[in-house]
Design a protein around this ligand. Structure first.
Ligand code: SF4
Ligand code: SF4
Length: 420
């Protein structure tokens, strides 16, 4: 339910106060994962992207940190083996983010690991060199991000974590503040930004004090604390609240700033990341630093398995994530966490009671109930009038609806129709 009357509601009146349910992992230190038994690296890591080209074949021996796939277009990033081992297959596999099977490199790790030597000869970089390094290390393609941007540029580092259950970003914030700030400085230099704003949503006073002390010494970086009101972590809303135009700003998620630090200082390619494995069906929820390509079933085993058989597995958070049906899913650069719930969604859709809650809570000022009705009645002309193209798919309307109407389903159909 909406909690009206909190002082922060003047800050941004739409959105919703959501029970974040982060208690199970919010105070748990990030733990390293065990060496995976198998590594699966899909050559398409996200929906609607161009697959990478494999640089290895079955029988190839690979070292930890060795590049194993190259982008055919600049929109993708090079991919690295997170283990020393042998490629046993390059084969099609089913992944939840693609309707078609995706070509995947399968590597069997050896027991001992051989780390590639780290060359630390160069410590000073020009902006071009930094952007090139971050691209070659598979962290971020800043040249792509800078298309359509102009000076003066503000780098916004998004450290809000408002999806229920997930805590990997908050743990990085708490455990790696110095690395985070150095990573932000590298990114500021790389994109030649005038300033950086770190946006967080934590209510932890200890973190705020520590960060405040660290940031005090950094002239270019300032801190903004948003109330934990969903979906204020969406880039469109962050820019709106900060009053920074899109063409003068670049938004980077907080973990990428930490991984940028590792890439520049340790020359470590992006081959490990922190994910949250949690939910009431998990016996021992954890934030785990995991090798990319590790299978989800191995991470569940490292969390001591299930307390009850999960009825629903969500890749990402419950509001923006995707329901999946299998533990045979590899961790990718874009994984943030997995939530295991005991029951399938017990809420059945009923009729709209015209309460108006979806309209009150929509952060984009839309009329979700009317967009749904327009889709149901195939009144495509009305979609334009209702501004359906401005939906950011935050899921707030579905969350708040007492009739459990799946707005997202209709909003996606509206978007498809508008694209046509
Ligand atoms: S209509 Fe779109 S933007 Fe508005 S609450 Fe629903 S999902 Fe979010
Ligand atoms: S769609 Fe749901 S939230 Fe919107 S007016 Fe109807 S019952 Fe209320």
């Amino acid at each position: 339910m909406l909690k009206r009357g909190r002082s922060e509601s003047r800050f941004f009146p739409q959105g919703v106060w959501i029970p974040l349910r982060q208690d199970a992992t919010i105070d748990k230190l990030i733990r390293p994962s065990a060496l995976p038994q198998k590594v699966c690296l899909p050559l398409q890591e996200r929906a609607n992207t161009i697959p990478l080209k494999p640089l290895v074949r079955p029988g190839s021996s690979v070292k930890r940190g060795q590049q194993v796939a190259a982008p055919s277009e600049k929109e993708s990033l090079p991919l690295f083996s997170p283990v020393w081992g042998e490629v046993v297959a390059v084969e099609k596999s089913v992944v939840p983010w693609s309707a078609e099977p995706v070509e995947t490199i399968v590597i069997m790790p050896r027991k001992d690991e051989l780390l590639l030597p780290i060359t630390m000869a160069k410590t000073e970089f020009s902006p071009d060199e930094l952007r090139s390094l971050l691209y070659r290390m598979g962290v971020v393609n800043l040249d792509l991000e800078l298309i359509g941007k102009s000076a003066p540029l503000t780098l916004i580092v998004n450290g809000c974590e408002l999806e229920p259950y997930l805590t990997s970003t908050q743990r990085l914030l708490e455990e790696k503040p110095k690395e985070l700030l150095l990573g932000i400085e590298f990114l500021v230099q790389a994109v030649e930004a005038e300033r950086a704003i770190l946006v967080i949503s934590t209510e932890n006073k200890g973190i705020l004090e520590d960060l405040g002390d660290l940031i005090f010494a950094k002239k270019q970086i300032s801190l903004e604390v948003f109330p934990p009101r969903y979906p204020l972590d969406h880039p469109v809303l962050i820019r709106k609240i900060l009053g920074v135009p899109e063409e003068n700003s670049l938004i980077i998620d907080l973990p990428l700033a930490v991984y940028s630090h590792e890439a520049v200082v340790l020359r470590q390619p992006f081959m490990e990341k922190v994910v949250t494995i949690t939910g009431p069906a998990i016996r021992n929820p954890q934030n785990i630093r995991v090798r990319i390509g590790t299978m989800l079933e191995e991470l569940v085993a490292q969390c001591d398995g299930f307390t009850v058989e999960p009825g629903m597995i969500i890749m990402g958070g419950p509001l923006r994530g995707q329901v999946i049906n299998s533990l045979e899913v590899p961790i990718t650069r874009y994984s943030r966490g997995f939530v295991f719930l005991p029951e399938r969604n017990p809420f059945l859709e009923t009729s709209c009671i015209l309460c108006g809650s979806c309209i009150d809570s929509c952060p984009m000022g839309l009329y979700p109930v009317f967009i749904c009705e327009a889709v149901k009645s195939r009144n495509w002309k009305a979609l334009d009038d209702l501004g359906a193209e401005n939906c950011i798919f935050c899921g707030t309307c579905s969350y708040i609806c007492p009739a459990h109407i799946p707005h997202q389903k209709y909003l996606k159909r509206a978007r498809e129709r508008l694209v046509k």
